[in-house]
Design a protein around this ligand. Sequence first.
Ligand SMILES: C[S@@+](CC[C@H](N)C(=O)[O-])C[C@H]1O[C@@H](n2cnc3c(N)ncnc32)[C@H](O)[C@@H]1O
Length: 109
Amino acid sequence: MVIDDFLFEPCGYSMNGVTKNGCYMTIHITPEPDFSYVSFETNIPSSSYREIIQKVLDTFNPGKFTVTIFANQVRCTTISLLVRPCRTEDQSKKTDLSGAISYEVCVTK
Ligand SMILES: C[S@@+](CC[C@H](N)C(=O)[O-])C[C@H]1O[C@@H](n2cnc3c(N)ncnc32)[C@H](O)[C@@H]1O
């Protein structure tokens, strides 16, 4: 993976990575205590995203997190079920937008 990252002054970090086959991974960290925020995004194909979601949670230990998955309709149910065990509080939303499906899970630890 080719990585381009940047450590902002006085704080903040951005990383964009691209694999040889065109997949990407990004991490953006906003550490300011009043509005701290981390985003992780990837389009790397996987039959289950549980492990990678768990790694991100273990790394950043967020107070709240949201998982958004964009998939075609055929795979939506499978992906939704795979995400379900990560939830500790039930606030899920399913949206159908002209063929694209976003499955969003909001969690409070
Ligand atoms: C990682 S950047 C990007 C945040 C954006 N919300 C995202 O997720 O794509 C935000 C962090 O970098 C810091 N920062 C410092 N200098 C910056 C600059 N010139 N542009 C953007 N962010 C900067 C901000 O204070 C913040 O902590």
